[in-house]
Design a protein around this ligand. Structure first.
Ligand SMILES: [Zn+2]
Length: 176
């Protein structure tokens, strides 16, 4: 039997605060500034969300985030998506509107439409994902195969989608 997670059930949290029951005990009190709400999580998974780039967190491990959740980042009309702060995303203006999603499989949504997008090789190179390296001759075939068989589900297993804990942020300077 799966019990509901009341630690993330907002009306319950509100009630607790109204009652003055501030001690979290074994619970971690839901903090909407740090955690995505149920509605935000569902939006990121189903419709995606459009935000200016500067609103997105740059985690110290070079991935992207919103609150304590990792993200896929992409432009509306682009054929690829980004998992890291790669040289392509470094060329974007901080006011650039980007789409973000947490969807682990299949097409990525933008403006009510879903499109097939492929993973950005620069992101995999930057992260050294599973030994990805297109700059070494002996790894080129392996790396190309990694792109064609890439699974976001597996990626978000290695780079936990949620919750990302104790992750410092990088200043938003551009990568060379
Ligand atoms: Zn990229």
């Amino acid at each position: 039997m799966k019990l509901p997670d009341f630690a993330e059930f907002e009306p319950f949290q509100h009630l607790r605060l109204t009652m003055g029951a501030r001690k979290a005990g074994h619970f971690e009190l839901f903090n909407a500034a740090k955690h995505l709400t149920g509605r935000e999580r569902s939006e990121l998974d189903q419709q995606g969300k459009r935000l200016p780039l500067f609103k997105i967190r740059r985690f110290a491990d070079l991935t992207w985030g919103l609150k304590n959740t990792r993200l896929v980042v992409y432009l509306e009309d682009a054929a690829d998506y980004h998992l890291a702060q790669c040289l392509v995303t470094a060329g974007w203006d901080s006011s650039q509107a980007v789409w973000i999603s947490t969807r682990r499989t299949g097409h990525l949504p933008a403006s009510g439409k879903e499109a097939s997008r492929s993973v950005c090789p620069h992101c995999l190179q930057l992260l050294g994902y599973k030994g990805f390296d297109l700059q070494r001759n002996r790894k080129i075939a392996y790396s190309k195969n990694l792109i064609s068989t890439f699974s976001r589900e597996e990626f978000f297993h290695l780079y936990t989608l949620y919750p990302v804990q104790g992750m410092a942020e990088r200043p938003s300077e551009k990568l060379a």
